[in-house]
Design a protein around this ligand. Sequence first.
Ligand SMILES: NC(=O)c1ccc[n+]([C@@H]2O[C@H](COP(=O)([O-])OP(=O)(O)OC[C@H]3O[C@@H](n4cnc5c(N)ncnc54)[C@H](O)[C@@H]3O)[C@@H](O)[C@H]2O)c1
Ligand SMILES: O=C(O)C(=O)C[C@@H](O)[C@H](O)[C@H](O)COP(=O)(O)O
Ligand SMILES: [Zn+2]
Length: 358
Amino acid sequence: MRTIPVSLGNRSYPIYIAGNILHRLGEIMAEQSLGKRVLLVTDTNVGPIYGKQVTDILVQAGFQVSLAIVAAGESSKTLEQAEKLYDAAFKGGLDRSCPVVALGGGVVGDLAGFVASTYMRGVPFVQVPTTLLAQVDSSVGGKVAVNHPRGKNIIGSFYQPRLVLIDVVTLGTLGEREIKAGLAEVIKYGVIWDKDFFAWLEENIFKALELDNEALEYIIEICCRIKAEVVEQDETEQGRRAILNYGHTVGHAVETLSGYGAYLHGEAVAIGMVAEARLAQDMGLIAPGETERIVNLLNQSGLPVKQPSKLDIGQMIDSMYTDKKVTDSKLTFALPQGLGCAGVYKGLAEEAIIKIIK
Ligand SMILES: NC(=O)c1ccc[n+]([C@@H]2O[C@H](COP(=O)([O-])OP(=O)(O)OC[C@H]3O[C@@H](n4cnc5c(N)ncnc54)[C@H](O)[C@@H]3O)[C@@H](O)[C@H]2O)c1
Ligand SMILES: O=C(O)C(=O)C[C@@H](O)[C@H](O)[C@H](O)COP(=O)(O)O
Ligand SMILES: [Zn+2]
């Protein structure tokens, strides 16, 4: 088993990565001093596959489990859905010591984490991510949120989990489209942080698409290590952490304006990464050959690289002003500085952005 520590003082926690470790969830949770009533949150795709197995594992470890199943997909990341989960927490008798466990992709993780962070002003939270995207990104770092009709993740908080348990074998039941979506965030880490990892992906990304467990474990470990390091430097995104937002200013606008769920998050981020690489290129931050390598790797992963033509440019720009990186009405982007490095740029001219969107 690979164990990665996330060191955040009294909010520190481990990330466990291995194949076939789901059965250890109960014993690992029992080691923490947690209340015995658990709200296990999952969705309508993951529940039928892993819901009973995880419930049994927790019951065997002495927990009483209330299973809450939300509709699969981005449309569940709402305050209305969170409210239903508060009801389920009450019904299950959860007090302040009792954990909320997220079993699923980034939607379940963000939603359940938001509920954990607000129910009784915060109860313990455990992440059991089952998509590649959630295993490499959303389960780590403590951003939890629901969407607002005007913008992604607008209502949320920073709330770290007590532990993250990643069983790569759960990816065996995930659809190909969802694996590809996860690869967008994987490629993001190569671009913003690790040039050698980017080059490794150029040679080996096909192994992830073939669900080679060894390659997947390696990818997940590298990504979690990078994310842990960035989050340790800037837990609440006062500055540096925003580099994890590369591709997201445009990506979130695409998700919001297309209607939540039309694009998977990773697909929208892939589109955003291409647009924002071109913006970086226009600013002289990245060479044309490097932009081309990013586009090629996204293409190789079967990800979309173009903004949907039906989206209105004016509305895209307006949507970017609701981005959480904006202060003082200044459009802000996380942009690559060559391959393997990134920075945050504030106050970009609308014309420069309109040009790359066009
Ligand atoms: N908090 C963060 O730091 C962070 C980071 C990245 C993304 N996100 C958020 O994560 C969300 C996207 O997450 P996602 O891509 O995991 O989407 P998702 O949670 O919607 O999962 C994608 C699909 O896969 C299904 N699924 C999940 N695991 C499965 C499995 N093992 N077998 C079969 N089906 C399975 C789900 O039911 C869903 O239909 C977005 O809302 C995004 O904003 C958050
Ligand atoms: O953890 C972070 O920080 C990230 O930016 C990771 C992103 O992949 C993720 O999509 C995040 O939810 C976006 O953050 P937001 O603050 O723009 O909502
Ligand atoms: Zn993301």
